[in-house]
Structures are given as structure tokens and as C-alpha cells.
Write a protein of this length. Sequence first.
Lengths: 301, 304
Amino acid sequence: MSKHIDPVRTEPVRLRVKKTYKLYVGGKFPRSESGRSYPVTTPDGAELANAALASRKDVRDAVAAARKAQKPWAGQTAYLRGQILYRAAEMLEGRAGQYAEELSDATGAELHAALGTVEQAIDRLVHYAGWTDKVAAVLGGANPVAGPYFNHTTPEPLGVVAVVAPGADPLLGLVEAIAPAIATGNTVVVATSESMPLPALSFGEVLATSDLPGGVVNLLSGKTSELAPTLASHADVNGLDLSGVHDSDLATELEAAAAETLKVVRRPGRSGDSLDLLRQWIEYKTVWHPAGMAATAGGGY
Amino acid sequence: MGSILSGVEAASLVRSLPGVDAVGLEARAAGLATRSIKKESKAEAIDLAIGMIDLTTLEGADTPGKVRSLCAKAVRPDGDAPSTAAICVYGAQVATAKAALAGSGVKVASVATGFPAGQVPLEIRLADTESAVREGADEIDMVINRGAFLAGDLERVYHEIKAVKAAAGDARLKVILETGELVTYDNVRRASFLAMHAGADFIKTSTGKVGVNATLPVTLLMMQAVRDFRAETGVQVGVKPAGGIRNTKDAIKYLVTVNEILGDDWLSAHWFRFGASSLLNDLLMQRQKLKTGHYSGPDYVTVD
């Protein structure tokens, strides 16, 4: 390549190295299996980059990765999951400027407003990092029963949760969908905002450098109308977050598909405080445990 | 099919085989692995593959209960899916499997001859074989003496296979070459011909107990040997890749290869088998996907 000479400075101008925005699946950053990509622009149409256009097979691979990661992730101590979420907040803090710029490019927001949003996202991560070891105490407990038994209820993660991320809120909305799900030991597969996928795909880099095991969060950029139905009907997905679906016909269709394979569904527009969001992706296990002599003699089970 | 060759003749025949073009072999296998099989063809391939499985459990922890539940799965894997070809177990579990499969048409294959290492005296290997046949095994999966083979004592390997063949009687004899331990393609070709000359009804790649199990190039090479052997002698021998074939995509690659190298004559459970355990669940999940239109998951198949 010939050197570009700036007429004023008369020094070679360096060509910027542009980032290739790829998917985040199983802890790696693959291109789409289909080889497709699509142009991503600012709200006024200026081209930003090409993002990978995920296919149904990428969904399948991502769900397989999420399934594989789920048991080990749920088996980690709540304390460690909290540490890792906190670490993600630290990583995001360190790169807040870059994310503010990406967010501002994507949404057209002023840079200082975008920085405010990034800071909110950081605070959300810290908030849910704190929740990890408190969920069991708040949502579980010892139940009074009329018999010589201890009766405990403990919250357990649902499994693999599919998330259709909010279209207009590409970073904070994403963090608010992911954090409560993974805090309790679920793993997630996310269809990112279709028109603004870049902040989400960059967020994958934060997760990848936070000791989050591969497969716990999987990010797929592409057409919502293509990815969401595959996620909704996938029999190995246990929960479906439709909070980012704005088309009510599509939402109805997705809910019907989810019902066929017995999923917990969070409907579009449903909001709540953080405890509600945590509770959404939890199921409860109640165990009866003999009390008294038998238990103290070691014959508890 | 007793061979008329003496050990010395068989060994010299095998030693004079031409070397294998490794690069060409691997390129051919890689080329065949790119075929795209979809929709109706895929549905047919899945059912064909299910019907070719030797559903295998070869663990120290095998119990009669586990063998019986695996037999039930072999007979009726899922809804209207076809039965598998056979159950493959250790000799000690043959009677249990035989009783559980009575009248189902699913065969009982037993590994024998000191599986998987084969490092026991010949009389014990023969007794192992006779006992499995007495218990009702329809097929015997023997291991060759890799120690003797690698030491160059081909005559000994040949005579041992012949002896096991005689001990197996009417049971079909599958000869496990353990290609992962033979190291080179040339050795795999030699061992294939040696086994076929000695009277093998099937040649099988691996025990599933070593690091390298069935690979597509090795199986392709064995298929070529089987094809050439029939052209030479008129005797048809089956092929069984075993170990490491875990998903539908892999199984279909093998079927494509059978079709290309051997043709229709071998595309049945009588002449081609998969030695596998986890493959069946993946085939069933893919089958459910084709039927329902959505991806299935491990919650919808049995845990073995």
C-alpha cells in the first residue's frame, strides 16, 4: 500500500484499524456460521460497521453452549458469581469512555448522556453482584409444617434463558436483562438489538475479560424476526424474555411457540423492581427433612 | 468362510500390499465430508443410521438393570423410530441382554478375547469367545493381538483370528483392528486384509477405549480394503467404525462414504454398523427436530 501523505504535516497518516463486530458464543467471538453480515448505521444513516448476521444454526450452537455452561455456573458459589459480576462492572468502568462513544454513535444521544447511561449500566451490574448471595435468604426459607420435619424452600435457577433484548436501549436494557438471570445461576442466549447491536457485541469483550465462564452469556446479532422464533420454539430453552419485542403479533406468536415447549415467559412491557426480575428466572425446590432423633442419628435421608 | 491360505502365504500377501497415499486419502475423506444431506434424505439417513447402531455399553459398572434398560431402548428408541441393529456388551452381560431382547430381532453382540487390550493367553481368549457364544451371543467382537502385529508377527495374528473364528462358530465375527494403536495407514491396510483373509465377517476400527478412535479417513481406507477384497475373492465383509461418532452430522458423513466407496450392497445393517452409545440420542433429537420443526433437547431423550 502506498503511503498517504498529509499535505500540511507531510508525515504518513496512519490507517485506523477497524473492529470486526462478531458474535459472542461459548466464550469465543465467532463470525456467523452462515457467513452473513449486515451494515449497521447511526440513526441518521452514516455507516458504522458491519455486524455478523446470526442464523438459526448460530442459535442452536449458542443454546448448546449455554446448556453446557449452565450446571457448572449454577454450581459455583453465590459469592463467586457476585465477584464475577462485580468484575464485569470494573471492566466496564475502565472502558466507560469507549462505550459512551459507541452508545452515542448507535443511538444518536449526546456523549455526556451516553456516559450517564454507561454509568447506570455499571451500577446495575454492581447491584446484581450484591444480590447473588442474598436471593436464597430472601426468596427461600424454612416453612412451618405440622409434623416432625424440617421443611425448606430454596430458589434454584431455571436453566437456559433466551432474551430478546430491548431494541432502543442497546446497553443498559441488555445489562438489565442479563444480570438478574445470570446472578442466580442461569445462562443466557441473547438476540441483541437489531438496529443497534454494536454496544452489545462490545459488551461481550467486558464479559470475556471478567472471568465469566464461556457460554454463560451468548450474544447474537441479527434479525429479531429470524432469531426470536427459533429461540422461542427451542425445546432446550427454559425461559424466554420478550421484554424487547415491540411487535405485539410477533410477541403472541413467540408466546405460543414457547408454550409448546413449556417455557417460562416474561411478557413485553412487564416491569418490576430487581427482586421481580430475579424471581422471574427462578424455580423453587422444597425438601422435607426428618427432624428429631432420626436426623440427629444420621439417618436423615 | 475359512481361508485356504496358510499363515505364511497370508503374511507375505499382506506384506506385499502397496503403501497408502495418506494425503490423497485424507483429501478424499474431507471431500466426502462436505456433502449436504437435507430434508427427506436426512430423515432417511437418520432412520438408516439408527438401524445400524450397535448400542454399546462397555463399562466396569454395567449392571443387569442397566443392560436391560439399554435393551429396551434398542428395541424401541423413540416413538416410531426403528430398532437398533444390536446391543454390544461384555460377555458377562450376554445372558441378560439375550433374555431382554428375545423375539425383538435385535441381535446381541459380545466383546470377547480379553477386550479391550487382548493381552491375555490365547486359550483364555478362546474360552472367553466360547462362553459368549454359549450364553447366546449372535455376534462376537474380538480384538487382534496388536502386540504381535506391531512386532511383525503377522502369522501369529492370522492364526489367532482363525482360531477365534472357529471358536465363534455360527456367530458373526467382528475383528477390531484398534487403528489408533496401529499408528500408520499402511498398518491399517495390512491388518484389514490379514483379518479378512483369516475369515472376519466384519472389520471394526476401534474398541473406544484408546485416545484415537474411528476417524473418517481410516474407515474410508478399510472400506476400500473391503471393496478390493470382494473384487479379488468374491467374499463380502462388513465394516464397523466405533468410538468417537457422537452426532448425526458425523454419522451421515460415514453413510455418504459407504455409498460412494461401497455402494448399495453395503448400505444395510447386515454390512455396516456404528459402534456407539451417545450417537443414538443425537439421532433421536435430530429426528424430533425434523418432525416438530423446532430444536429438541436432552430433556426429551432418555439418560443412559
